[in-house]
Write a protein that binds this ligand. Structure first.
Ligand SMILES: Cc1cc2nc3c(=O)[nH]c(=O)nc-3n(C[C@H](O)[C@H](O)[C@H](O)COP(=O)(O)OP(=O)(O)OC[C@H]3O[C@@H](n4cnc5c(N)ncnc54)[C@H](O)[C@@H]3O)c2cc1C
Length: 423
């Protein structure tokens, strides 16, 4: 991780952890204890967890480089679910301590502070019902609906806390809560409003090159500043076709990049968004957010002589191509073993992979339309499964699941495997 990434990460951890430290100190202090009840303590913990979930989804590059898209998304979901548990504890504690009991949830009969709390709770409940529905399951849509619900909850929770005043009057917690709220709102505004309105990450389509009947490579050149920092092999960008806030965005791997900033995205038509990219005319402007992701091998100097085992299914070959191209350019001396699961008749980059095998220590095995099985995995595994090897698996979820299971049976430790699921 870069120095800048580390600084971001430490800053964010501090902003998230400090209110909880202040809460613990207040609960332990006879002077401050009265300003904090269990009800407000549960509410504060829920707010901090929700803030952490927002931070994880805000595309802070240091974080996405550290965690990768899969662990980042999983942690975001777990934080959201745990926050919902603390919201429930907050509501149960509030209603059981109030003489009004469940009457406290009657939005007509309560004052503005509780009205804001009930409104936040209602938005959370509506989101829990609406978001898993099939009709909003398209990724481009789900992210945007989710963001609107998230921003509404953030504003209503901030109003609830500010109007109530208990926590904000606590000298330890008040300031930290205000900072936390400001960071969350700034991150939401940066991702959804400021970055699109400023037109950051503008690129021009230079060409669209067909690779197969369903897959094309989109070549892009910077229209202004190139991605900063430059992409590492295996990373991806979020691609937008419009400059307006809340425009649809999808992730695509940077299959190739040059020092001058030229990028190539190899895209399979899998639906309305990816399908439309094949018809982009040269000169068309698009916007990129990135580079993101941790599907990146360590450099030779860091890990000694360990080799790489690369397993790809279908268009999941894109980050693997990015790694192979970069390693060939750097004359990487390590052993590379590549296992390719391809659709019959669609061997993406076959000629280039053959050429790369002359420039790199690269062995290639194809599944030939068969399901991935332990024999195929054994054939690409180094003898003795050395600890210093790195394993990268990318493709549709069933292929990634099968590869993980097979590698596990063959004794590859889970920590040595990096995965990226396209679906
Ligand atoms: C980190 C990452 C890198 C990717 N790189 C590439 C690439 O280099 N080339 C390529 O062709 N595809 C890549 N994909 C998959 C690509 O993002 C989806 O195929 C695309 O977004 C489909 O959108 P759609 O509107 O065309 O179809 P939809 O109808 O929205 O979806 C079609 C299929 O794509 C899956 N999908 C849609 N959006 C996403 C998403 N945000 N994350 C994961 N899966 C999704 C859905 O599960 C569904 O199975 C990548 C996905 C991820 C997560």
């Amino acid at each position: 991780m870069t120095e800048r990434g580390r600084a971001w990460l430490m800053g964010l951890v501090l902003v998230l952890v400090m209110p909880l430290v202040a809460l613990a100190l207040s609960l332990a202090s006879p002077a401050l204890g009265e300003t904090v009840s269990w009800t407000s303590a549960f509410g504060l913990i829920a707010a901090v967890l929700m803030a952490a979930a927002v931070v994880l989804a805000s595309r802070v590059r240091g974080l996405t480089r550290l965690l990768g898209v899969e662990l980042g998304t999983r942690t975001h979901r777990r934080l959201g679910a745990t926050a919902a548990g603390f919201v429930l504890a907050h509501v149960v504690a509030a209603t059981s301590h109030s003489p009004r009991g469940l009457g406290l949830l009657n939005i007509v009969a309560v004052g503005p502070p509780i009205k804001a709390g009930i409104a936040a709770l209602s938005v959370i409940l509506v989101a829990a019902v609406v978001l898993p529905r099939r009709s909003v399951r398209r990724f481009g849509l789900v992210a945007r609906v989710h963001a609107v619900f998230g921003a509404l909850v953030a504003v209503l929770v901030a109003t609830h806390v500010a109007l109530f005043g208990h926590l904000t009057e606590n000298p330890l917690i008040g300031v930290l809560l205000a900072i936390l709220g400001a960071v969350v709102l700034a991150l939401l505004a940066r991702r959804w409003l400021v970055a699109p309105l400023l037109g950051r990450g503008a690129y021009l389509v230079t060409a669209v090159r067909p690779e197969s009947s369903s897959t094309s490579t989109v070549v892009l050149s910077p229209h202004g500043r190139a991605l900063d920092p430059p992409p590492e092999p295996g990373q991806f960008v979020w691609l937008r076709l419009r400059r307006v806030p809340f425009a649809e965005e999808h992730p695509f791997t940077i299959a190739a990049s040059t020092r001058s900033g030229l990028l190539e995205l190899t895209v399979r038509d899998q639906g309305p968004f990816s399908g439309g990219l094949h018809d982009l005319p040269p000169g068309r402007r698009v916007w990129l957010d990135g580079p993101h992701g941790a599907f990146v091998p360590t450099e030779v100097a860091v890990r000694g002589d360990g080799g790489l085992v690369l397993i790809a299914g279908g268009v999941g070959v894109t980050p693997i191509m990015s790694i192979l191209r970069a390693h060939a350019a750097a004359a990487d001396p390590r052993a590379h073993a590549l296992l390719l699961a391809e659709t019959e008749g669609e061997a993406l980059f076959a000629g280039e992979i053959r050429a790369l095998s002359h420039r790199l220590d690269l062995a290639v095995l194809r599944t030939g339309g068969q399901r991935l099985d332990p024999a195929m995995l054994s054939a690409v595994l180094p003898a003795g499964v050395p600890e210093s090897h790195q394993y990268f698996v990318c493709g549709p979820p069933p292929l990634v699941g099968a590869a993980l299971q097979g590698l596990g049976h063959l004794g590859v430790p889970a920590r040595a495997i990096t995965t990226e699921r396209f679906g």
